[in-house]
Design a protein around this ligand. Sequence first.
Ligand code: PRT
Ligand code: ZN
Length: 210
Amino acid sequence: MKTLKIAIQKSGRLNDKSVELLKNCGLSFENYKSSLISPVSNFPLEILFLRDDDIPEYVQDGIADLGIVGENVIEETEVAVSYLQRLGFGKCSLKIAITNNSDITDIQGLNGKSIATTYPVILGKFLAKQNIDADIRTISGSVEISPGLGLSDAICDLVSTGGTLKSNGLKPFADVMSSEAVLIGSKGSENDDLIQELIQRIQSVLRAKE
Ligand code: PRT
Ligand code: ZN
């Protein structure tokens, strides 16, 4: 019998909830942080623990059949995968934020300005749609400090409570996308019987939570 592979985040904001969801589905496995693969003892499934950024490509390439990852990461990596189920956790929004004392008053005011982000693909599409010509500065982290350092006029980053923006003297200015954790599968995986069984178990866990 074939064994499925599901990729989840190894550590970070989605790890706990991903593990909890799979355990609530009745799957029995060890959550060893040190190992990259954990076999499930009572279902033909192996769990791969990965950096979230790698999950969409692993699923697209069929190295993993399934993955749990934020929609923001899927959109940014522009992969071809099937969206199988929204999971209701890891909710956040990707927002453009400006400094509290910024002279930018409307979205067109971003023309000619620089925006620091770790999401250049999503931001680029958003700006193109609005016909805005801004300078996207791709950086790998600590985006919020960029305006304070004089590196950019604005930022585009994930926001949940808004606390990080506030403590860096920034305010939300425009919503780019909202995101939550989703179950994705390789193209065509929705037709697989084992995957359907897993989706049904996940749906009944989600229904029980409503
Ligand atoms: O190591 P790995 O690459 O796997 O993890 P990571 O560091 O890239 O990601 P991680 O664990 O930080 O986030 C995983 C996923 O959680 C993201 O891709 C989102 O889908 C989701 N998520 C939900 C968030 C947030 N909420 C969030 N608030 N991801 C990041 N943040 C950060 C944000 O970037 C900012 O720095 O939290 C800060 C803002 O939070 P607030 O509450 O102050 O607004
Ligand atoms: Zn990451």
